[in-house]
Write a protein that binds this ligand. Sequence first.
Ligand SMILES: Nc1ncnc2c1ncn2[C@@H]1O[C@H](COP(=O)(O)OP(=O)(O)OP(=O)(O)O)[C@@H](O)[C@H]1O
Length: 623
Amino acid sequence: MVDSVPAALPSRPDPPVNEHRSSPIVQEVSTPITRFGNPPTTKPTDTTELEDKPYYPRVKEALTKVFRLQSFRTLQLEVICDVMEGLDVFVLFPTGSGKSLTFQLPAVCQDGMTIVVSPLKSLILDQHRALRALGVDVEMLLGEMADSQRKEVWRRLGSGHVPKILYLTPERLEMDGMRSLLQRLQSSGSLARFVIDEAHLITDWGRSFRDAYVQLNTLRTAYPGVPISALTATASPEVQGDITTRLHLKIHAPWKLSANRPNLDYDVRPKTKNVLSEIADFIKNNHPRETGIIYCSSRDKCEEVAKVLRDKFQLSAKHYHAGMADQDKAQVQEEWSSGRIRIIVATIAFGMGIDKPDVRYVIHHSLPNSLNGYYQETGRGGRDGKPAQCILYYSTGDFYNRLRMIRGNPPSQMRDAEEDDIRRVMGYVTNDVQCRRAQVLAFFHEDFDPVHCRQMCNNCRDNTPCVTEDHTADAQKALRLFESLSRRPRARLTPPQFIAALKGSKAQMQVERGWTNDPLHGSCSHLSNDVLARLIDQMLWHNFLSIEQVRGSKDGYCQNYLTVSLSAAQPAFAQLMPTCPSLGPKRMRCGEASSSCCRSVLAGRVEPRVCGRQTAADQYRTL
Ligand SMILES: Nc1ncnc2c1ncn2[C@@H]1O[C@H](COP(=O)(O)OP(=O)(O)OP(=O)(O)O)[C@@H](O)[C@H]1O
């Protein structure tokens, strides 16, 4: 069983107030140009101007006295001033950068109530508890609350003595009575603002039919004049546009910081059958006493991995997934947060709202579902600003499993988008040339100069020279041969049989089936098996070919057969250029593919070109 949508999590324990409140991440985010080179997307203003604002003394006092923080992080004050002036704001800051303060602090300083719409019970419980610990007048409305508690909150809301902040899920906002109550509060001037936390879900869960998030598009018309804040760590320009339109935000542009997390080290490794002992060695050698997260794609896998780490490698690991009882989840999360267990092996149900500062590694035992998810999941690491390692293990098998799962659903736009997501992930993991950080950031349409990666990814650390070889013509011949062979009787081809046909094999079955008579049989005999296997993989990941699984009637085992998805004759083919740069101990001359070819990317949207030697950064553009 797989956890696809983050399910409600139990709360985590009270954060102490607060040993990481002036954590080094402040430095990192606030000095991006000098220390990390990558400038924030919105230029910080000269804050002396903002310090002249009439409300500044109140704001500054709240920062130190209520929130017990010493200074603002980059752009926090700018956003807070907009909020104090009753403007809509769209805050696009990376994970762990301190978005919450941009609405919590003004809420404390302003008259009226700020309503915070948040997707997960765990996020709500957590922020509610942390704010109460700071002495802020905050309430929440959750389905799971005791009747008496809920009634008390309703009574407060009805009496006009409203709290400064009210947290609820989007579904609560839709419930009977809530709209009329809020309209009454609005007419009495008691409604200060709506805040939509994790606003990317308006688009994402719109796709997965979380209707209540989509319904937020009526806030502006139902409560005209009430300002809105939208907050997220991840939104492509399209998603930003979608959020702005759906919420009818009146903004000039989002407040944006670079999504770069400079203290995260990105590493991608092929997954072998020894993956668990590799993981155990990595933990024992590098982080024997530190905390980490291991993400798996299914509930069963989480349980299995945690058990092996415990029983075989004597590591302190427990599993966590949405199939567990609330109480068990709460207990595991508490044990991990407090450091009694060091490793949590989880599905993506464990993610949003996890604010443990000292997570030193995040390992993906299976492929993440999307690059967006990968960014969010790795974003749980290093929230204290200190280095954290992110290792992703990938295998073609995991890709097919995910694809099969997606295709198990009826055709829909969402299914297509999910398929697109996993293909992009494969594009990322197999691009072992371009800076990983640059690839991740490019997904968010952010240009990143790999120089500023400071060798904090496995591609930047790898100095092996490489060349690009243009195999478009070979790929086209291969597809034409495949189309031709698959029109014949008994024409099912497995990938090894197809490679053999491309190499011109005279094996008995190739001859018997008449494949050797095809004029294109053997047309790629000049390529090594490795290069051909990679070419076929590229065509699979980019949907020129697909895999059909057939269960054998005798042994019950599944066999993978290739099928055609996109014909070589289609114009889309020319837009994708499978390339296969090869590795060698010395610089390779163009066209010299070594049989140990093991670095390859598919440079999409790049015009086919003659091969030539260039730097990795010149050669590759983002998919
Ligand atoms: N000005 C500040 N100085 C020091 N610490 C801060 C400051 N602002 C926020 N923090 C701390 O940074 C941590 C992350 O803040 P917050 O939870 O608001 O991040 P976020 O941007 O919402 O991240 P995510 O999107 O991952 O949930 C918290 O522990 C918070 O107390």
